[in-house]
Design a protein around this ligand. Structure first.
Ligand code: NAG
Ligand code: NAG
Ligand code: NAG
Ligand code: NAG
Length: 460
């Protein structure tokens, strides 16, 4: 009886065993033949040899990113090696494996890695060599850094249909990613690992982590983003500006809180620390309208009064729930508010109030053209932690987008008292007209600085 039961299984095992051995041999043949092709192509020679090998008299080889090319070849080799080891060890314990497990093993441990390795090998881009042009060793930037097909598809420039020039007057479109994506390859690969057309994972927080760490811009994705199960229509604008929105319009899964009420400053486990109280409308309603005892707090009325009727559009570079933009809207000024979802759904909150959130980090050049904004207001985001050179690049960018006669409102910037001179120099270097300038103590060795500065005309 036992023997009879065993019979088909055992035979099956033997057949599969042979199949695996054959597969293993196949893998080895494929890898050897592919690699030998690489060898013929000169990829295992050192740099000078490669140079001679490819382009005997020419010396343009620095255009190829050999390091990333080598990394990719190494990656494929590693895959092949581990596959081989797995096959060998499975061969050893083969008799005890049931059929289903065989199938799973073949599918996950053999066919998938084989396929991946195959794709990876195929996708290594050889530099294009144009006989007539000694400069065209064309290698698309970054392309050989990544293995995941979707990332490679994204960063590969998309050439127009043959012979056509697009509206930009170029022959192809580059999709860009931040260069620090290279440092976060694993996370980026996780982010870009999805089935095209199906639902994305609920992983915006991974995307934000990538962005904050310099993988910014992030690649676009071809999966459907998740939304809250129950999306209610927003409140009308005459109500939405000053009302806590409907919490069910937000996906809460990556926050400590599960509703807007929980984000109150009284709750020590609210999950964010930067603008405590900014989800409480009674507190927010006091900002920029009530006279404060501190000279560093300017009111919107005072600021707009400096240039009556001139302020129409602007940027609030800060951290909060859009209250500055709400107040300005009441003054018929359109403000775009930067927001990151650091610990709370700031973007959703601003949008549900009927204002425009701009999801950008400090990393990026502002997506506005030169001399276009009437006003830049900044509060609560940059303070004394910021590197001076970074601040310098940011301030020059702000100067770029501000129009002549536009206002830069630095609102409660704070730093160590001993660093104040450095920062003051940064803010004053542009020789803006000083409308307001106030310093007040924050703590024993920290100070606040507020300033209202006007960009002068530049007649050059
Ligand atoms: C290409 O090579 C020619 C002659 O070898 C040289 O004069 C020319 O400057 C090279 N072109 C570029 C763009 O380097
Ligand atoms: C807001 O406007 C709508 C129609 O425009 C009106 O029915 C509603 O009463 C207004 N709400 C408030 C609080 O004024
Ligand atoms: C704030 O102070 C200004 C003058 O300094 C005064 O005109 C204004 O009425 C005050 N506003 C409030 C709300 O107290
Ligand atoms: C804003 O514009 C509306 C419509 O033009 C006008 O009725 C209102 O008085 C303006 N508000 C301010 C503060 O200028």
């Amino acid at each position: 009886m036992g023997k009879l039961l065993c019979f088909p299984k055992c035979r099956f095992g033997r057949v599969f065993g042979w199949l695996q051995i054959m597969l293993g041999v196949l893998v080895i043949i494929v890898s050897i033949s592919t690699l030998s092709r690489f060898y013929e192509a000169g990829f295992f020679l050192n740099k000078d040899d490669i140079c001679r090998h490819f382009y005997s008299p020419i010396d343009n080889y620095e255009f190829i990113d050999f390091r990333s090319l080598k990394a990719r070849v190494d990656e494929v080799l590693d895959k092949m090696e581990s596959l081989q080891e797995k096959l060998e060890s499975t061969l050893q314990r083969m008799d005890n494996i049931p059929k289903l497990e065989y199938k799973k093993f073949l599918k996950n441990e053999v066919i998938k890695p084989l396929y991946d390795a195959h794709i990876a090998l195929r996708q290594i881009r050889m530099p294009r060599i144009d006989e007539n042009d000694n400069t065209t060793l064309k290698e698309d930037p970054l392309i050989n850094t990544f293995v995941i097909e979707e990332i490679r598809k994204y960063i590969t420039p998309k050439e127009n249909r043959v012979g056509k020039i697009n509206i930009y007057g170029t022959e192809k479109i580059y999709n860009t990613v931040g260069h620090a994506c290279v440092l976060m390859k694993k996370e980026l690969e996780e982010y870009m690992d999805y089935e095209i057309g199906s639902y994305c994972k609920d992983d915006w927080i991974l995307g934000q982590k990538l962005m904050i760490n310099g993988c910014d811009p992030l690649p676009r994705r071809r999966c459907l983003t998740r939304a809250s199960k129950l999306s209610l229509k927003p409140y009308p604008i005459n109500e939405s500006l000053w009302r806590i929105p409907e919490g069910r319009n937000v996906r809460w899964s990556n926050y400590q809180c599960r509703n807007f009420e929980c984000l109150s400053s009284k709750n020590p486990k609210r999950g964010y620390s930067k603008c405590t109280g900014c989800f409480e409308m009674d507190k927010e309603k006091l900002k920029w309208v009530t006279n404060s005892s501190l000279p560093i707090d300017f009111t919107i009325k005072d600021v707009l009064g400096i240039k009556p009727g001139e302020m129409r559009i602007g940027l609030d570079f800060g951290f909060g729930t859009g209250t500055f933009a709400a107040r300005m809207r009441e003054e018929n000024v359109t403000i775009v508010s930067t927001a990151l979802n650091l610990g709370a759904p700031f973007n959703e909150m601003i949008a549900l109030r009927g204002l425009v959130p701009l999801y950008v980090t400090l990393n990026q050049r502002l997506p506005f053209f030169d001399n276009t904004m009437d006003l830049i207001h900044t509060t609560g985001f940059m303070d004394g932690w910021i590197d001076l050179q970074l601040l310098d690049f940011i301030l020059f960018d702000w100067d770029r987008v501000l129009r002549p006669g536009g206002l830069l409102w630095i609102d409660r910037f704070f730093c160590k008292r001993k660093d104040l001179d450095d920062y003051m120099y940064m803010f004053l270097q542009f020789r803006y007209r000083k409308h307001k300038w106030a310093i007040a103590p924050k703590s024993k060795d920290e100070v606040f600085l507020s300033a209202l500065l006007e960009k002068p005309p530049r007649t050059l």
